[in-house]
Design a protein around this ligand. Structure first.
Ligand code: GTP
Ligand code: MG
Length: 335
C-alpha cells in the first residue's frame, strides 16, 4: 500500500457510490474524511465507529479500495515482487543525530515502518523522541527529511524548552523548529485512539514525516487492570498499532513509539525486561530497540528486525539530546 502525493478533492467521500450527505456526516464525525481514511481504517472499525452493519461497512471499504487501486493510489491485492521492490525504493531514513544509533539502524529511522524503543525509566526514550523531532526537519543532505513531526504525548513529558535547548546545541534556530512540531496530548486511551483516527488529515496537510507516540501503552496499562480486561485491552491496542502501521505505509512517514518495561513482574508478563503491551505491540512493530542504562552511558540494542543484525551500541544523553559517547567506545557485538 503506498500513496504518494494526493489531492484531497480526488478523495472526497461523496464521490463514492452509496455515500449520501447523512452517511458522509457520520463518517466525518468518526474522523473519516476521505476515501483513503476509509481504506486505512478497514471494515470492522468503520462498522463500530460509524454504526453500520458489518456487511455494509465491508462493501463501502471495498469500494474505497477499488477506487484507490484504479487511481493508482493503492497497490492491487496481488502485486509482483518488483512492484514491492519499487515501493520500498521510496523508503527514506531520518538520522538520529548520533553515529552509533544510525549505525545500529543502518542509516536511521525508516519511513513505512513502526520503530519501537522500549526500556526502563530514564533510559532515554523521551530524549530520543525530542531529538528526532528536530532531526526530521533537517534537509536530506544533513540526515533529515525536510518534514514536520507530530508528537502524541501520553505522559505529559513533551517539553518545548528541551526542543529549544537541543536545537541551539545543534546550532539551529529553535523558533521555526518549534513551529513544525504538532503536539497532541492524549489524556486517556480513548482520547489517544481518537487522536490517531484524526491523524490522516493532519498528515496530508502538514508535510509530516514523523509521528511519535510517547508512550504508546501507558494509558492502556493504567486503565486495564486485571485479567478479565486483558482481551479488550489487547484488541484495542491491536487496532491502534495497525492504524499506525497503515499510516506509515500509505503516507510514507516514519512512526516511532516508546514502551516501558515491566519493573515489577505482574500477572500478565513475567519477564522484567520485557516491554509492556505483550505480543500485540511486539508483532506490529517493524523494528524494536531495547534501551538500558550502563553507568553514565546508555546502550541501545536491536532486538527485533526483519534484516538488521542483533547488535548493540552505546549512546549518551546531553545538551544535544542523544549523542555519541565522547571517546569512541563503539563496542559492537554480533549475534
Ligand atoms: P520514562 O518515560 O520514565 O520511562 O523514561 P525515558 O526513557 O523516557 O527517559 P528520558 O528520555 O526522559 O530520560 C531521562 C534522563 O535524560 C534523565 O535521567 C537525564 O539523565 C537525561 N536528561 C533529561 N533532560 C536532560 C537535559 O536537559 N540535559 C541532559 N544532559 N540530560 C538530560
Ligand atoms: Mg519518557
Amino acid at each position: 500500500m503506498l500513496i504518494l502525493l494526493m489531492t484531497l478533492e480526488e478523495l472526497e467521500l461523496d464521490s463514492l457510490e452509496g455515500v449520501g450527505p447523512a452517511r458522509k456526516q457520520k463518517l466525518i464525525d468518526a474522523g473519516i474524511h476521505t476515501i483513503m481514511d476509509l481504506a486505512v481504517r478497514g471494515p470492522s472499525e468503520v462498522a463500530d465507529t460509524v454504526g453500520l452493519d458489518l456487511a455494509a461497512a465491508i462493501e463501502l471499504c471495498n469500494k474505497a479500495r477499488t477506487r484507490l487501486v484504479e487511481m493508482g493510489r493503492l497497490e492491487k491485492d496481488f502485486v509482483s515482487a518488483s512492484e514491492i521492490y519499487k515501493r520500498r525504493q521510496n523508503i527514506e531514513k531520518i538520522s538520529t543525530g548520533t553515529k552509533n544509533l544510525d549505525e545500529l539502524l543502518m542509516g536511521g529511522i525508516e519511513t513505512q515502518a513502526v520503530t519501537e524503543f522500549y526500556g526502563e525509566f530514564g533510559s532515554g526514550k523521551t530524549q530520543l523522541c525530542h531529538t528526532l523531532c528536530i532531526m526530521v526537519q533537517l534537509p536530506k543532505e544533513l540526515g533529515g527529511l525536510d518534514g514536520g513531526a507530530i508528537y502524541i504525548d501520553t505522559e505529559n513529558t513533551f517539553r518545548p524548552e528541551r526542543i529549544a535547548g537541543i536545537a541551539k546545541a545543534r546550532d539551529l534556530d529553535p523558533d521555526p523548529i518549534l513551529e513544525r512540531i504538532i503536539v497532541a496530548k492524549a489524556y486517556n486511551s480513548p482520547h489517544q485512539e481518537l487522536i490517531v483516527r484524526e491523524l490522516g488529515r493532519v498528515l496530508d496537510q502538514n508535510n509530516i514525516k514523523l509521528v511519535i507516540v510517547d508512550s504508546a501503552v501507558a494509558h492502556y496499562r493504567a486503565e486495564f487492570l486485571g485479567r478479565g480486561t486483558l482481551a479488550e485491552r489487547q484488541q484495542r491496542l491491536n487496532r491502534f498499532m495497525h492504524l499506525l502501521l497503515r499510516y506509515s505505509e500509505t503516507r510514507n512517514v516514519a512512526v516511532v513509539m516508546t514502551n516501558q518495561v515491566q519493573s515489577v513482574p505482574d500477572q500478565f508478563f513475567g519477564d522484567p525486561t520485557k516491554a509492556t503491551g505483550g505480543h500485540i505491540v511486539a508483532h506490529t512493530s517493524t523494528y524494536r530497540i531495547y534501551l538500558r542504562r550502563a553507568g553514565k552511558n546508555r546502550i541501545a540494542k536491536m532486538v527485533d528486525s526483519p534484516y538488521h543484525m542483533e547488535r548493540e551500541f552505546p549512546f549518551i544523553l546531553n545538551e544535544k539530546g542523544v549523542d555519541d559517547p565522547a571517546e569512541e567506545t563503539t563496542s559492537r557485538r554480533g549475534r
